[in-house]
Design a protein around this ligand. Structure first.
Ligand code: SF4
Length: 434
């Protein structure tokens, strides 16, 4: 039957059979079931491209040293996206096959070009029914410029807001300088106002881990709890933009990051075990991969990669990139992820471009060296931008890859908790099921 000498009735055979690992000779049902599961896990491929990022300005009034964007000072209006460019970007977004289209406004600080955001939202709402699309909107903002006009607009147009919150005031303000040194105060005020006036679910926050964060994970988590946010995403720094120029990326290694992550995850699990539902979002994504066959929407952890197929980025100047990080690399002089321009290209020419085809072709973890024989592969993904930025190779040399080391560290931690700690496992399973 198989080369493993399993015999029906020996117990091991039954376990392997229930996991679809073995079948009797000629039995097709096991293979059909496996095919169904794979089709479900890869369903994200049926409807590309769901996320469309409009970089409406490069201007920003913050000067964060870890910033992944090459920001410009606020007075340089030549770094704003024009209405003509925005309308071309909207036409591309609405011609992608995905029924659900999410338009995310980024910068710089996008509220510095709020007039254009209003124009795009109005045009998208008008054109979406004809295009047969359901359109959602997100503004990614530091909230320093949040005022009554922005709030009213977001309420009337069902716009979500996403912001940065790195932890308590001294840590956040140290990471995110602005004139007046009050970035934390403005972000917290903004989060509270949005929660009160639009609803708790209309604002989310993201943190970035700097060297100054490493010993303070409990305080960071407490800050999120204090603000009644619905969970936290413990995020490492990325090797792009100002994080490289200001040498922030080199300030801690994978081992220190993993120690920070494990300490944070265990602290969060304890909070959950005491009755407060508060997930860590990266673990939740991986757990859904491990414990369910649902497709993963997260574009940075797919195979084939989500670059271009999951998200397109329209820069202020009309250039189109396969990912936000790819745009940041271009600001550093590396155009590897620049797919074309809104003046010359449409959705099809961007997606079938030779550049993107090469990137996607190199990004299949299922057949990549090391990954193809790795026990974690079904739960992992690929990140061609990270590997190109750090190793000049889209696939990546995994034994030398920090992405791989981080994935292995976190997946081992989760498997260990699932296997050996029933109370933690119960919380993790609840996160996966949500
Ligand atoms: S853990 Fe590393 S080797 Fe394994 S699939 Fe992920 S990236 Fe590939």
């Amino acid at each position: 039957m198989t080369a493993l000498d399993l015999v029906p009735g020996d117990g091991l055979y039954e376990r392997a059979f229930s996991k679809l690992l073995v079948a009797r000779k000629g039995q097709r049902s096991q293979l059909q079931l496996l095919g169904l599961r794979l089709r479900s896990r890869m369903a994200f491929l049926r409807q590309p491209t769901g996320l469309h990022i409009f970089v409406v300005t490069l201007r920003c009034e913050h000067s964060c040293p870890y910033c992944q964007v090459s920001r410009r000072s606020t007075d340089k209006s030549r770094f704003d996206m024009s209405e003509e460019t925005a309308m071309r970007a909207l036409a591309v977004a609405l011609s992608s096959p995905s029924k659900g289209v999410k338009i995310e406004f980024q910068g710089g600080e996008p509220l510095l070009n709020f007039g254009l955001i209003k124009t795009v939202v109005a045009a998208a709402r008008e054109q979406a029914p004809t295009a047969g699309k359901q359109v959602d909107f997100v503004i990614t903002s530091n909230l320093a410029l949040l005022d009554d006009e922005v709030l009213t607009f977001c309420r009337d147009n069902n716009v979500h807001l996403s912001t940065s919150l790195d932890g308590p005031a001294d840590l956040h303000n140290g990471n995110r300088p602005r004139p007046g040194g009050n970035s934390h105060e403005l972000a917290v005020d903004g989060i509270r106002r949005i929660q009160q006036e639009l609803g708790k679910d209309r604002v989310g926050a993201l943190m970035t881990t700097t060297a100054a964060s490493l010993d303070r994970v409990e305080e960071i988590v407490d800050e999120y709890l204090k603000l009644d946010l619905d969970g936290i995403f413990l995020r490492a720094l990325s090797p792009y933009g100002f994080a490289i120029k200001t040498k922030q990326f080199a300030k801690y290694d994978t081992e220190r990051w993993l120690a920070f992550y494990e300490r944070g995850l265990r602290y969060i699990l304890d909070i959950n075990k005491r009755g407060t539902r508060f997930p860590e979002f990266y673990a939740t994504i991986l757990l859904k991969r491990m414990l369910t066959d649902r497709p993963i929407g997260y574009v940075d952890l797919r195979s084939p990669a989500g670059t271009g197929l999951g998200a397109l980025v329209y820069n202020y100047d009309g250039k189109v990139f396969a990912s936000d990080e790819g745009r940041m690399l271009a600001e550093m002089g590396d155009a590897a992820f620049e797919l074309g321009s809104l003046e010359e290209d449409d959705y099809r020419s961007l997606i079938v471009s030779e550049k993107l085809t090469n990137i996607i072709g190199s990004s299949l973890a299922q057949c990549a060296p090391q990954c193809s024989s790795c026990a974690f592969e079904p739960h992992c993904g690929s990140d061609p931008v990270f590997h190109h930025a750090t190793q000049a190779d889209y696939t990546g040399i995994k034994p030398l890859s920090e992405f791989c080391a981080r994935q292995k560290g976190i997946l081992k931690l989760l498997i260990n908790l699932l296997e050996n700690s029933p109370e933690d496992a119960a919380v993790l399973r609840r996160w996966a099921a949500q």
